[in-house]
Design a protein around this ligand. Sequence first.
Ligand code: CDP
Ligand code: CDP
Length: 206
Amino acid sequence: MSFTIAIDGPAAAGKGTISRAVAAHFGFAHLDTGLLYRAVGAEMLAGTEPVAAARALRAEDLDAAALRSPEVAQAASKVAAIGDVRAALVDFQRAFAARAGGAVLDGRDIGTVICPDAAAKLFVTASAEVRAERRYRELLEAGADTNFAAVLADVRERDARDMGRVDAPLRAAADAVELDTSAMDIDEAVAAAIAVVETAMERGTG
Ligand code: CDP
Ligand code: CDP
């Protein structure tokens, strides 16, 4: 039997960090679905038509540190507004979610569109300033030449585009548990997420 955990939220809310830790805790597989859109965005920047790039995407294309740049993030959010790009990526995500042994998927539309029947759903948020600060530190550590104002503008622009699009806009599923991590460190956020999943597991078996 599969047990799917959906973790959605805006940019740099901590979805990836929480998802990896939750997956490790329960021994589940993890898919960062943002990488799919980042890979298509990178292809678009390299001159490939995005729908064709999405249809040709393979799992091997997802493992590049180059996909973490702010330029690729912006391109990802642009291609993510194209309905045919999203449609081309649905089967891969659903197959991953259905794998035996359990799966954690994080993104924007996992609880609403990709896995509406997920056993546990979390919507991870934090203020835009806190999220931009976290992403800024991450970029500095990676050696990027950037500044806080640019990172904050990038985060806000992407959130607005992701929330405003017609197809699978970023929003919390009605049955998602909201986790505001603005005042939480990573350990606290992970513990809170694990508690939500455990409650869902008890509900499932009880
Ligand atoms: O996946 P998403 O873009 O939502 O966020 P992330 O990559 O998991 O986290 C962005 C950054 O915030 C990372 O450097 C995390 O270590 C950090 N973070 C944090 O400082 N406190 C948290 N409660 C969660 C994440
Ligand atoms: O790590 P961060 O939260 O900054 O971004 P990401 O999760 O890697 O996602 C990059 C972009 O892909 C987002 O801004 C969305 O436009 C798009 N995306 C999406 O539309 N649906 C998903 N399930 C995941 C990402």
